[in-house]
Design a protein around this ligand. Structure first.
Ligand code: FAD
Ligand code: UDP
Length: 384
């Protein structure tokens, strides 16, 4: 397939679309976005379930949150956001608790009212067994003590990672706050919300420019672009180099959707399942992400989420990042640096877990520091 563009972007996720939008609107470049899937938007894509009209995020629930002023200003050019605030509950042995662990969780679990100081003192006593945490289990015990760890973290983490928590890095658990107040919000960021008109309308608006062509169902490797047009590549890093240094490990998720004949299945958007003998990690009920919308009173869409190691052909979702992966990643980074006229970005292109706001921020940085100077030096229009 031939290419008639100033810049080719492999992948139409938030990273690729941000670069496309900036280069087309700000520099007047003709941008071709090649997207392997039959829709744009990468993993943030959502669609309407036809029998209920409920918006479902096809690749797992996506909650937008950021404290980055520039990113917040940028995304508001394409969509407004609802006032949605994410809250999660978890079920352990038939009882429901707020998650992440906060004063409400601690009081409910130990079955008595405690002040913040009392709860702190109790957890400190239970956490004292670990002084120098070297893995996820030890880190979690050092943060919340063994009883809360065994109830809310051990089983869930084992299901999510299929790996003994003693073999996982401590950083994974520090993504979750522990609070000695009744604040049960999931995120700490200044800005939070869901795109009022849905994710797909937002993503389509980013690509809506006469200089941007999105070619769906098109694998970048089938384009005849190599060598003559600058490229921003947001597909898997190892695939670009034909897995020459071996495959980078990923976790994948299986989503099991079901339309249920009730107006409310679980009373909240996300319910985690902490018990190890429940095979799924959580259930999403998508109507609750948009309480401001009119949805049917007698039907609802739920999605059970299961986690496992990705095999060839599975969607790569979360980098596993073992020591062996990190060694391979360094070799791929060297290869990537040596690749002239190709910039690697996004979560697949850098083998990094990136939230949406981080993918957008890193695309804006690539635009500022690499792409704009590159095209300015060559004279913008028609640059090769
Ligand atoms: P992607 O969205 O993955 O886009 C990459 C695109 O490249 C894909 O469309 C792919 O088809 C395409 N592609 C790959 N190879 C080729 C090729 N050879 N040719 C053509 N096209 C190709 N972030 C949040 O902020 N909040 C959340 O709540 C949240 N929840 C998440 C839940 C899950 C289960 C996952 C996996 C991620 C979640 N994220 C969340 C992160 C969010 O999905 C990412 O920040 C975002 O997808 C990053 O965009 P990207 O462009 O880097 O990658
Ligand atoms: N986690 C847990 N119990 C929960 C929720 C999360 O033990 O109810 C742990 C789990 O190890 C998970 C980590 O906290 O990988 C980070 O949680 P987050 O919700 O950020 O996970 P994600 O779904 O983004 O992987």
């Amino acid at each position: 397939m031939s290419v008639n563009a100033d810049l080719v972007i492999a992948g139409s996720g938030l990273f690729g679309l941000t670069v496309a939008e900036r280069c087309a609107r700000d520099l007047g470049l003709r941008v071709l976005v090649a997207e392997r899937r039959d829709h744009l938007g990468g993993n943030a894509y959502s669609e309407v379930e036809s029998s209920t009209g409920i918006e479902v995020h096809r690749y797992g629930a996506h909650l937008f949150h950021t404290s980055n002023e520039r990113v917040w200003e940028y995304v508001n050019r394409f969509t407004s956001f609802t006032g949605y605030r994410h809250r999660v509950f978890t079920i352990f042995k038939g009882r429901v608790y707020p998650m992440p662990i906060n004063l409400g969780t601690i009081c409910a679990y130990f079955g008595r009212a405690m002040s913040p100081d009392e709860a702190r003192a109790l957890v400190a006593e239970q956490a004292a067994e670990v002084t120098d945490p070297a893995n996820l289990e030890e880190k979690a015990i050092s943060l919340v003590g063994r009883p809360l760890y065994e109830a809310f973290i051990r089983g869930y983490t084992a299901k999510q990672w299929q790996t003994d928590p003693r073999e996982l890095p401590p950083e994974i658990i520090t993504r979750l706050p522990v609070r000695y107040t009744f604040d049960d919000r999931y995120f700490n960021d200044r800005y939070e919300g869901l795109p009022a008109g849905g994710y797909t309308a937002w993503l389509e608006r980013m690509a809506d420019h006469p200089n941007i062509e999105v070619r769906l169902g098109t694998d970048f490797f089938d384009l005849d672009a190599a060598g003559n047009v600058p490229v921003v590549y947001t597909g898997p890093l190892d695939r670009y180099f034909d897995h020459a240094e071996g495959r980078l490990g990923w976790r994948t998720l299986d989503f099991e959707p079901e339309v249920v004949a009730t107006g409310d299945f679980q009373g909240t958007p996300v319910m985690n399942y902490a018990d190890e003998d429940v095979p799924y990690t959580r259930i999403h009920e998508f109507r609750h992400f948009h309480p401001e919308r009119e949805y049917p009173p007698d039907r609802t869409v739920i999605v059970r989420e299961y986690s496992r190691f990705a095999e060839a052909g599975d969607e790569p979702y979360y980098p596993i990042d073992t020591a062996a992966d990190r060694v391979r990643l360094l070799r791929y980074r060297d290869l990537a640096r040596a690749e002239k006229g190709v910039w690697f970005g996004g979560r697949l292109g850098t083998y990094q877990y990136l939230d949406m706001h981080m993918a957008i921020a890193s695309a804006l940085t690539m635009y500022d520091n690499r792409l704009r100077p590159h095209f300015a030096a060559r004279g913008t229009k028609g640059a090769r």
